[in-house]
Design a protein. Structure first.
Length: 315
């Protein structure tokens, strides 16, 4: 049973998406940072909150987010109250400083997550909580067949499990504001990489003229990460095809009024066919919304759902 009932102001999908992102009052967590060096000579930063627990919860942010994002801060606070350690993974180039290679991060890049696991051998059990793009990374990792045995569960929130479908709906007029904001940030980073790596073959004009995610992914994401095209990237990186292979408990929470998600991002049949996967589709919530009160001072609904879910698999 889905039991989320939003405050009146948050029943609108767009307000549910925007208000928490802009106005949610969150306590800034006192993270300690650790830099992980990758095999290709790059790095990513992990921000840590320690309760000296043997259990860690890894948080994976969404597109162009990081450990300072309000939804990460809110979830980190909820995890701290429950006594677990928190590892906030900042994807390459998202921690406040540019990464060292022409590559960056993308929706299907799970090797850095696997590296993070190997770098934190002090934990007996690990749980994953991913948001949006980070949720897709988490689910894909869980279904690829090489999951760290210490990983006990996964929660994916507002997750575009079908990247092509999500890319398509994000190009509609309804989502023009979000698309414009994301593309502005992505183009800036990609153009900077073009200047830093002049032999990369990147086409600045193609990046500047991108009007959709598909355009941008054709211009930068696909060629930078070894895909033939945006379509090839979407097909290979979408987590939907990996859901049937997940062998640990996984919870997906996708609101029905999330304008970022296409109909194909509600994988009812896939989850019904795998006893390890549970799909919750509340009527309200927007994209990473789920406020419990109008002023957003109480713990959000999805945070309690995530904590309750992972607690079932913590010894």
């Amino acid at each position: 049973m889905v039991d989320y009932r939003p405050p009146f102001l948050h029943s609108n999908g767009h307000l549910a998406t925007i208000l928490p992102n802009k106005l949610r009052p969150t306590k800034r967590q006192n993270f300690k940072r650790r830099t992980i060096i990758t095999p290709d000579g790059d790095f990513f930063d992990v921000d840590i909150l320690s309760n000296k627990s043997s259990t860690a919860v890894v948080l994976l942010h969404g597109l162009e987010g990081n450990s300072t994002s309000k939804y990460i801060q809110g979830m980190a606070q909820a995890i701290q109250v429950n006594g677990f350690d928190t590892l906030c993974m900042n994807f390459r180039g998202c921690s406040g400083r540019p990464n060292s290679t022409f590559q960056s991060y993308h929706s299907g890049k799970t090797d850095d997550l696997a590296l993070l696991m190997s770098e934190f051998q002090n934990y007996e059990s690990i749980h994953l909580i991913g948001f949006s793009l980070g949720g897709n990374v988490a689910l894909k990792y869980m279904g690829e067949g090489n999951t760290d045995p210490r990983v006990k569960s996964c929660v994916a929130i507002s997750t575009p499990v079908d990247l092509a479908g999500s890319s398509s709906v994000l190009s509609t007029t309804e989502n023009a504001l979000y698309l414009s904001r994301f593309l502005r940030q992505l183009k800036s980073k990609a153009l900077d990489k073009g200047k830093r790596f002049p032999k990369s073959g990147i086409n600045p004009h193609q990046i500047k003229s991108a009007r959709t995610f598909h355009d941008f992914d054709d211009a930068y994401t696909a060629p930078a990460h070894g895909f033939d095209s945006a379509g090839d990237y979407y097909q290979k990186s979408s987590s939907k095809q990996f859901l049937k292979s997940i062998q640990k408990p996984a919870l997906i929470i996708n609101a029905l009024n999330d304008s970022f998600l296409s109909d194909s991002c509600y994988p009812y049949d896939d989850c019904d066919q795998n006893a390890f996967t549970t799909l919750l589709t509340p009527e309200f919530g927007g994209h990473v919304g789920f406020a419990s009160d109008t002023l957003m001072r109480k713990q959000f609904w999805h945070e309690q759902k995530a904590i309750d879910f992972i607690a079932n698999f913590t010894t």
